[in-house]
Design a protein around this ligand. Structure first.
Ligand code: SF4
Length: 359
């Protein structure tokens, strides 16, 4: 037993936690069966994204790509489209690459060992632990920020959870505590407790099924835990964008680079204001210089703000007309309104399109 769990009645804690989960768990679509592929998809979607947002995406994604084989064979554009709006798009690119590897190298069977599963692209310690415990009943910890918060309170752990090295402390503690009879419910119950009861602010201690085991509650310090140092400040970027139409009612769209933020998604032409601060006609100059496209802009019809974890975008959006011809290529296309729906756009550009259609 390690020092952090020595005052815990582990068996009683497991019983209290799992009994509560059996009685109170939410009815979520990925809990309907233990198919490792579905558990995997749900866990990747749930990274950085709220449960309520994920539910319809998960249902649509599984309907479209119900098996490892189907997702392996799908073309990237349709997979990106199914993920459109969920954000953090590298998640789905990694997921498809890893699923292809499982299909081609493992006979379509998701590996059931920590060593095997951790080799897959995009599968970190948390996702590995979640899949192994939920789908295969392997007693592996699945430690994310949610679980660190709960455990830091129960065991009075004062490590800074913003530091990558802290994860090991929590994993070690969970290895001591995890139920070997039901690791799936144990891990899911910790996640559920963090989501429903032991929330970041004002945890509902009076409703908590493990209150009797909780050292932070006992000492009255639950509001001081977990320790988490602040992230770096958010960068603010101003952009100009335009929904541009040609004489044949086709719209100009551009594919983002295959590296970096929102890689490989499609967008309406846009440019950072700071890049061309001297010009009054920022977007015209940009399109003329970089793409040899002449345009006439109308008035700005909306402002869109989008907040990423490290960055905010403030986008001034115009409509406009393309003059002359456009040299189309792999990353620059003219598409009809109907064709446009086949391309995956970031949320900010979907909003632009919606606002444009309402003009
Ligand atoms: S008693 Fe309060 S702080 Fe402790 S685990 Fe329960 S909800 Fe969290």
């Amino acid at each position: 037993m390690n020092s952090t769990t020595e005052s815990l009645n582990i068996e009683q804690f497991q019983d209290d936690l799992i009994n509560w989960f059996e009685a109170e768990q939410r009815d979520l679509p990925w809990r309907k069966d233990q198919d490792p592929y579905k558990v995997w998809v749900s866990e990747i979607m749930l990274q950085q994204t709220r449960v309520d947002t994920v539910i319809p995406y998960f249902n649509r994604f599984i309907e479209k790509f119900p098996t490892i084989e189907k997702l392996s064979e799908a073309d990237e554009e349709s997979v990106m489209k199914a993920w459109e709006g969920l954000g953090y798009y590298s998640r789905v690119r990694n997921l498809q690459a890893a699923v292809r590897e499982v299909h081609e190298s493992y006979g379509g069977i998701v590996p059931n060992t920590p060593e095997g599963i951790r080799k897959l692209r995009g599968v970190g310690p948390y996702t590995a632990g979640a899949i192994l415990s939920i789908a295969y009943g392997v007693p592996e910890p699945a430690v994310d920020g949610n679980v660190m918060r709960v455990i830091s309170r129960i065991l009075l752990i004062w490590e800074d959870i913003a530091k990558a090295s802290s994860r090991k402390v929590f994993e070690a503690a969970i290895r001591e505590m995890i139920s070997h009879e039901n690791p799936s419910y144990f891990n899911q119950a910790l996640m559920e407790l963090g989501a429903l009861i032991c929330t970041p602010t004002s945890p509902s201690c009076l409703l908590c099924p493990v209150r009797e085991h909780c050292q932070a509650f006992f000492e009255g310090v639950q509001d001081q835990l977990p320790v988490k140092t602040k992230k770096k400040s958010v960068r603010h970027v101003e952009l100009v964008a335009a929904v541009l139409k040609d004489d044949n009612n086709r719209f100009l769209i551009h594919k983002r680079s295959d590296k970096g933020l929102l890689a490989n998604l499609w967008e309406f032409p846009n440019v950072e204001k700071s890049k061309l601060i001297k010009s009054k006609n920022i977007l015209q100059d940009f399109l003329k210089d970089d793409y040899h496209i002449e345009i006439n802009l109308d008035k700005s019809f909306t402002d869109i703000q989008h907040v990423f974890s490290h960055l905010t975008w403030d986008i001034e959006v115009y409509s406009g007309q393309i003059i002359g011809t456009v040299e189309e290529n792999e990353t620059l296309k003219l598409v009809t309104e109907e064709e446009l729906t086949n391309y995956a756009f970031p949320v900010s550009h979907q909003k632009m399109w919606k606002a444009f259609l309402e003009l």
